[in-house]
Unconditional design. Structure first.
Length: 340
């Protein structure tokens, strides 16, 4: 885990090096950024750590005939291996605790430092409600709902003000979709106000309107799934449902908050029988390479299923758990067929 953390931070710093130099980020923010990133790193790489831990430790036991010696003294193989499942379950519970009580705060800090101090963007107040206000310069946006997965705005009102804070223009629209680098507004009205206070009204069914903000800017004003605890995201989903907006993406994130930590147990279930088979041949280097490849295959399949769930192709619960069910069944089969 320590190795994974160091490598992760090293790669992250090299990726941000240009922005760090360009915006002359103070050292204190760099240190805070790294410290706040550690809980996320631990959460993300703990399954891979559990897989390698299981494989390397048991592989060495097998290679040096320690498993054979224990069995020769009448000790069951399952008794030898249960400590790994105890550690995996403890890591599962620790990941749940980390995600519920630590990561919502640290992830918000990482987002704030990365966007404001490293990338030089303006700070935005995060909102836990689906509707929010957003101001930039002399323009104020009121957005009823923003879907970050589909880059869609619902019920938008944009106010344009002059130097004396006099309203120059107002745009109201039912929805807006980000398409090829611009916003396409649907079913709206444009009201232009002249200096004398007279108003000119223009209605439209579909109109491309150039505004300063893109989806990434609006994401800064909204809490993402990883910036909310399980209780917060449940409450958020209830609020969105009451107002009639889609909740699929947030439901997938909610179920993933339980399924991802459980991968630690699945990895132990995969790593143990894998090590017992590979360890006998003595090919530890090959086994470690295959373990890493297996871990990346698992993560890729898990991320793919989540994408299908957010796109509506899979049910939210199934998209979050299908990878665990598939690889868990494989691990259980291999484990039950290990020679005693």
């Amino acid at each position: 885990m320590a190795t994974f953390i160091m490598l992760y931070l090293l790669v992250e710093m090299f990726e941000r090096l240009d922005d760090l130099i360009k915006h002359q980020v103070p050292v204190i923010y760099i240190i805070k950024y790294c410290l706040c990133l550690i809980p996320l790193i631990v959460f993300q790489v703990s399954p891979m750590g559990m897989l390698l831990c299981s494989f390397i430790t048991i592989g060495l036991f097998v290679k040096h005939n320690e498993i054979t010696a224990l069995k020769a003294h009448g000790i069951s193989l399952y008794r030898v291996l249960k400590v790994f499942f105890f550690i995996a379950c403890a890591l599962f519970l620790f990941s749940l605790w980390l995600q519920e009580y630590v990561m919502p705060y640290t992830n918000r800090q990482v987002k704030e430092i990365k966007n404001v101090h490293i990338k030089g963007k303006k700070s935005a107040r995060l909102s836990k409600r689906p509707s929010f206000w957003y101001r930039t310069g002399d323009t104020i946006y009121n957005i009823d709902f923003f879907d970050p997965d589909k880059n869609t705005l619902q019920k938008i009102t944009i106010f344009y003000y002059g130097p004396d804070f006099l309203l120059k223009k107002r745009i109201d629209a039912k929805a807006a979709v980000w398409d090829n680098g611009t916003w396409v507004f649907d079913n709206g009205t444009i009201r232009d106000f002249d200096a004398g206070g007279e108003m000119r009204v223009t209605n439209f069914s579909k109109e491309k309107i150039a505004i300063e903000k893109n989806p990434e800017d609006f994401k800064l004003s909204r809490k993402e799934g990883d910036e909310m605890s399980l209780s917060e995201i449940r409450s958020f989903i209830k609020t969105i449902k009451k107002e009639g907006y889609p909740t699929t993406g947030y439901e997938v994130d909610m179920y993933a908050k339980l399924s991802y930590p459980f991968i630690n147990v699945i990895m132990a279930l995969l790593g143990i029988p894998f090590a017992l088979r590979i360890g006998r041949s003595g090919g530890m280097a090959l086994g470690i390479s295959l373990s890493v490849a297996l871990g990346f295959l698992y993560w890729t399949f898990f991320a793919f299923c989540l994408s299908l769930g957010k796109g509506g192709s899979l049910a939210p619960f199934f998209s979050a758990w299908v990878a665990n069910l598939a690889f868990g069944s494989l691990g259980l089969y291999l484990f039950l067929h290990v020679r005693q």
